[in-house]
Design a protein around this ligand. Structure first.
Ligand code: SF4
Length: 445
């Protein structure tokens, strides 16, 4: 059967999509990229915020129309939305042939068999249980890089976040299994950069080993021959300690690029968010990271308009963003999520105030990011080449840019640059959030 998969949401969802694609391919199905050519469409949904849910529903409705028009035989909803709203989806969308919750991605081949046999399948048990080996994946990322998802679920229970209710408690993958998965990606897929992800990467191992095991995992990854870059995303500040900082500093493959989502800095707001640390911890952490990691590039995420956030709280956040000088920053307006503690908190902030604050912090960050990029002009960097975009023009990323969320580096080159490999480039200019560089001669590599 021809199967198309639409993957929505974050990179953690993308890994589930890659696992499903592998299972389907192994079962003999053909994977197609155009929905019109598919007999079956799977929409792997995200339910993180209202916009994401709306996008997922729009995609399902569009695919549902193909089915009503007779162009499509089967339609499947997978992922977080299917997990969270299974009853609602079943009632509202009779055209759905299956709902596949997040613990069932690796059973998709069997589920497709059942659908073909005429069943309507609901596979949405509560997220949890042992983390199973992902087996194999059909990578959907550009050549040379892959995500390594080291855990699923989260135990932090930030009061605004619905994730623990959807994806369950923290479930780390055993360390040897991760080293095996990473080694296989490097050996078979020529992966040069692994982007390490989880809901809370720094908490890795606390469920399995009763201690934080990210430093031990980095030891293992460092020894994989052929792997050159290890990038750490989603490090909750409460779980970052000296051992982890030392592990980053002492492993040359671990990039001095850290994504540390802080959300806020006001003690009142941090406490109401249940972030499990105070502002002093954040200030000390930022200072220590800068001191110990030369060339550090920092990314963060902040939220505006959390219930009770006053003008003074917001000023603290803006001042912190300006003083820390994050290289990259993502900002979101607080959105009350069903079933979360914050949704019923008093002093909800009006939408227009949330939006004004978001706009203000993004304007501030735009200047900071531009300044950081301008400061890179004239420096020489290894760039992982990901695509050729025109004659003598390539797209890639330096260590200072994470995939999908940061800018890119365009590289001009008169010689052919192999995709998925590194080229040395001198950075010459800045364009919006991106850098422009020139490849150096092979002799100078
Ligand atoms: S750390 Fe907080 S925001 Fe992140 S997934 Fe866990 S509960 Fe949600």
């Amino acid at each position: 059967m021809n199967i198309g998969l639409i993957s929505l949401g974050c990179c953690k969802n993308r890994v589930d999509s890659e696992v499903m694609l592998y299972r389907l391919k192994k079962a003999g199905h053909r994977l197609v990229s155009q929905p019109e050519k598919a007999d079956l469409i799977i929409v792997n949904t995200c339910a993180f915020i209202e916009d994401a849910r709306q996008e997922a529903i729009d995609k399902l409705l569009a695919a549902g129309q193909l089915k009503s028009g007779g162009q499509l035989k089967y339609l499947v909803a997978a992922g977080c939305l299917a997990q969270r709203y299974n009853k609602y989806l079943l009632e509202e969308m009779p055209e759905l042939d299956a709902l596949v919750g997040i613990s069932h991605c690796d059973e998709i081949d069997k589920i497709v068999e059942q659908i073909q046999a005429g069943q309507r399948v609901i596979a949405c048990r509560e997220a949890g249980g042992e983390s199973r080996p992902s087996g194999g994946r059909v990578l959907t990322t550009p050549k040379g890089m892959a995500y390594l998802r080291i855990a699923d679920g989260c135990d932090n229970h930030c009061t605004y976040c619905a994730i623990p209710g959807i994806r369950g408690a923290l479930r780390s993958k055993p360390l040897p299994q991760l080293i095996q998965e990473a080694s296989r990606l490097v050996a078979r897929e020529q992966i040069r950069e692994l982007v390490v992800i989880a809901q809370d990467t720094a908490a890795y191992g606390m469920d399995l080993y009763a201690e934080k095991a990210l430093p031990a995992l980095l030891d293992g990854l460092q020894n994989i021959e052929g792997l050159e870059w290890i990038r750490l995303m989603y490090l909750h500040p409460a779980h970052m300690d000296e051992t982890l900082i030392e592990a980053v500093a002492s492993h040359d493959k671990v990039l001095p690029y850290l994504d540390v989502p802080v959300q806020h800095v006001s003690d009142r707001v941090l406490s109401a968010m249940n972030r499990r640390h105070d502002s002093l911890h954040l200030l000390n952490l930022m200072a220590r990271l800068k001191e110990r990691l030369p060339g550090l590039v920092l990314r963060t995420t902040v939220m505006t308009g959390f219930p009770g956030e006053s003008e003074d709280d917001f000023k603290l956040l803006s001042d912190f963003v300006a003083e820390t000088g994050f290289d990259w920053l993502g900002a979101f307006c607080y959105n009350p999520e069903e079933g979360t503690a914050a949704a019923s908190m008093p002093d909800q902030v009006p939408d227009e105030v949330k939006a004004e604050r978001l706009d203000s912090v993004m304007k501030l960050q735009k200047r900071i990011t531009r300044g950081k990029n301008i400061a890179r002009i004239g420096s020489r960097h290894k760039v992982l080449i990901t695509a050729k975009v025109a004659s003598q023009l390539y797209m890639g990323r330096g260590y200072y840019q994470a995939p999908e969320v940061d800018g890119i580096t365009m590289v001009r080159s008169t010689r052919t640059l192999p995709l998925g490999q590194f080229a040395k480039a001198e950075l010459k200019a800045v364009k919006n959030y991106d850098m422009i560089g020139e490849a150096e001669d092979e002799s100078s590599q």
